[in-house]
Design a protein around this ligand. Sequence first.
Ligand SMILES: Cc1ncc(COP(=O)(O)O)c(C=O)c1O
Length: 377
Amino acid sequence: MQAMRDFLPFQMERWQSTYENVVDYNLSESGVHPLTLGELLALAGTRADDLALGYGQSNGSMALRQNIARLYTGASSDNVCVTNGSAEANFIALWTLADPGSEIAVVTPTYMQTPGLAHAMGANVREILLREELGWQPDARDVTHAVTGDTRLIIVTNPGNPTGTVLSAASRHALLSAAARAGAWILADEVYAGAEIDDVAPTRSFWGEYPRVVATGSLSKAYGLPGLRIGWIIAQPELTERLWARKDYTTISPGELSDALAALALDPAVRPRILERTRERLRHGWHIMEGWLREQGCFHWQRPDAGAICFARYDLPIDSRELAERLRVEQSVLIVPGAHFQREGFVRLGFGLPPSQLRAALARVSELLEGLLARTA
Ligand SMILES: Cc1ncc(COP(=O)(O)O)c(C=O)c1O
């Protein structure tokens, strides 16, 4: 067996897992404030007391796979492998597709799990930059440059993290045509689809646009259910089988309770109610966040399309790690420094908290900013 190459720590996840449960206010989260179990069962109008807590079906129960398949044009339960969060979905996909020495192109800035894993698995990673000046879209020339005849896989997160931006039709076209030219796979991490802020249709999946697409998704963002740890992969049945074979080595099966609750959440009668709750919170949260950003006078930002995140550039004489550390220590507020996405001078601010908590958290951030701005005046 090939040994895994040197390993890049996943800085943002470690920062969050160390501090998110000990600070007063967590603005590092990218989804909306989670549902309680009681809220979910009430929305579904059911109870779960008679559920036997055995090992579940390893690739996800039939009910859950069918409900997931409904979200993807032309998909059936045979196209679905249920995983523990999209984190496991991305892991299995990369373990299967990122061979040592292979060329992989990653659209960045992004959730650093995918490039970090591709690197650890021995692949050579090239970046396709999302450009702030292009509204966080790639320049088509960069796509052509990064994807060569040797490219095995293109990784794209859409809607984006940390940008919250949905790719334009032209950007999708550039990525799809580059993939087709190279015969490359596309791994589309679509975990923020369904968490659009405006009243628009969920972001279109890459699934169905090109034969070699693997799409991943989960209940963590659009559904406010990250604690269920339910994610999935959609792929052609032959690949789904290969992915499932890898999953036998990782977590055996999704938790039985989570599988049952996920099947409820994605039931066609329940899902729209959960998505409406998410959208209502995103709208409200963004309204508060945008007003606050304006008042500060030191931020430049683009309105996110989806997710409870804003990637803001700031004019302050402090690097992003130090800013985040001072907010944590002095104000007990957790944000994500741009450095965790290899973008210095930015911060990722979450706005998924309930309104009163969000306002209180932002007031604390203002306190620190006022001190910093006074120093520069
Ligand atoms: C783009 C993206 N992909 C995957 C994940 C992993 O999420 P989960 O495993 O909860 O589905 C996250 C979490 O923040 C994310 O932002």
